[in-house]
Design a binder for this molecule. Structure first.
Ligand SMILES: Cc1ncc(COP(=O)(O)O)c(C=O)c1O
Length: 375
């Protein structure tokens, strides 16, 4: 079967942008007319609105989620010779954020149910050199933060939460992102909150960390000074146009999140009894995931992917290889069997269509197509 107009994509930002087109064009026009493109009123408003939305004391926009992770680690003092514990199963930026600061990423395994950082694996890897731990709330599933925070406190190291995929997720009644020393968000266009280009944000509960981040983000400038530099910094500022676009979309994020959860509930109801198919938890141990992706696992993953594509159902593999076996980290001597759950996940994961505008009828088609494979 070839692709048709009725195909169901894995992700879709077109429907979202089409519904908001008039408002988005208006705010972009407003910024163009203002001539204020850098660090203007849109940034200021976005920082306040985003902090309120994710329950953080402070937020600041930056130019990508990758920058957010790098600045967060730098702000807590990560540097050459330090170790940063990260999951082996995540997007590469979680680890490269440590590498670019001259620190060493140490790859821990993930929990078999949530595919997020396994505290027991982390505990085994802590050393005197461990400076930070990065729990990633992967696919919108909150990592098990309580034991990770306890470990960090006991060992005097920092927690930077990678919230690139988890806007508005909750862990035991509080928002993911407020448990660590800082949190990094991505607004890559396909994220739950997406810009029209690269963008990201940092949040923190500490005014001191916020001030350090403000300096690092803006070329090391002393706060309030144009040409006085108190440290070596970076230019990671968020463009005013992106901030304006994000403000329009942020208002819809709660409704979009509810819609994602609804699709996840439909998939669960339709697929939970399929033998050989493992589903992501709908909310285990007091967590409320936000389903950036709905990622199932199955031993015959590649055949399932082929079957779905033939039926016009989009799907994708996030991620095909664990980071300890990536050529980028060959020098660290990673070996097969080092993080067995992550390695198995890479062989078995398949993400099904997930976006707020996915209709019940299309979710039903996805369910039927998956069930037909297992018949
Ligand atoms: C888990 C995770 N961390 C970090 C990032 C980096 O974000 P960005 O693409 O905005 O740099 C991403 C985005 O792809 C991600 O999914």
């Amino acid at each position: 079967m070839t692709a048709t107009a009725t195909d169901i994509p894995l992700l879709s930002i077109k429907a979202q942008n089409a519904a908001l087109a008039a408002e988005l064009k208006e705010v972009v026009g407003r910024v163009l007319d203002s001539g204020a493109f850098i660090m203007g009123p849109e940034n200021k408003a976005f920082d306040a609105e985003f902090a309120a939305a994710v329950g953080a004391a402070h937020a600041l926009g930056v130019d990508s989620g990758t920058s957010a992770l790098e600045l967060a680690l730098e702000a807590v003092g990560v540097g050459p010779g330090d170790e940063v514990i990260v999951p082996a199963f995540t997007f590469v930026a979680t680890a490269t954020a440590a590498s670019v600061l001259g620190a060493r990423p140490v790859f821990a395994d993930v929990d078999p149910d949530t595919l997020t950082l396994d505290p027991k694996s982390v505990e085994r890897l802590l050393t005197k050199k461990t400076k930070a731990i990065i729990p990633v709330h992967l696919f919108g599933q909150p990592a098990d933060l309580d034991p990770l925070v306890s470990l960090a406190k006991a060992r005097g190291c920092f927690i930077v939460e990678d919230c690139a995929q988890s806007h508005l997720a909750q862990y035991k009644g509080r928002p993911a992102g407020v448990f660590g020393d800082a949190a990094a968000y991505s607004f890559y266009p396909t994220k739950n909150l997406g810009a029209a280009g690269d963008a990201g944000a940092l949040t923190t509960q500490s005014a001191e960390t916020r001030d350090r981040l403000l300096v690092l983000r803006n070329c090391g400038r002393t706060l309030g000074a144009a040409y006085s530099y108190e440290r070596v910094g970076h230019n990671c500022r968020l463009d005013e146009i992106q901030a304006a676009i994000l403000r329009v979309k942020l208002k819809r994020l709660p409704a979009w999140t509810a819609a994602r959860r609804r699709v996840a509930a439909l998939y669960h109801a339709g697929l939970k009894d399929v033998p050989g198919l493992r589903l992501p938890p709908l909310g285990a141990g007091g967590t409320e995931p936000v389903f950036h992706l709905f990622t199932v696992r199955c031993a015959r993953r590649d055949a399932l992917a082929e079957h779905l594509k033939r039926r016009g159902v989009g799907c994708g593999v996030y991620y095909p290889s664990p980071l300890h076996l990536s050529p980028a980290y060959a020098a660290l001597g990673g070996r097969e069997g080092q993080c067995p759950i992550s390695e198995q996940a890479c062989r078995e994961v398949l993400s099904l269509p997930m976006f707020a505008e996915l209709s019940d009828a299309d979710a039903g088609r996805v369910i039927d197509a998956v069930r037909a494979f297992f018949k």
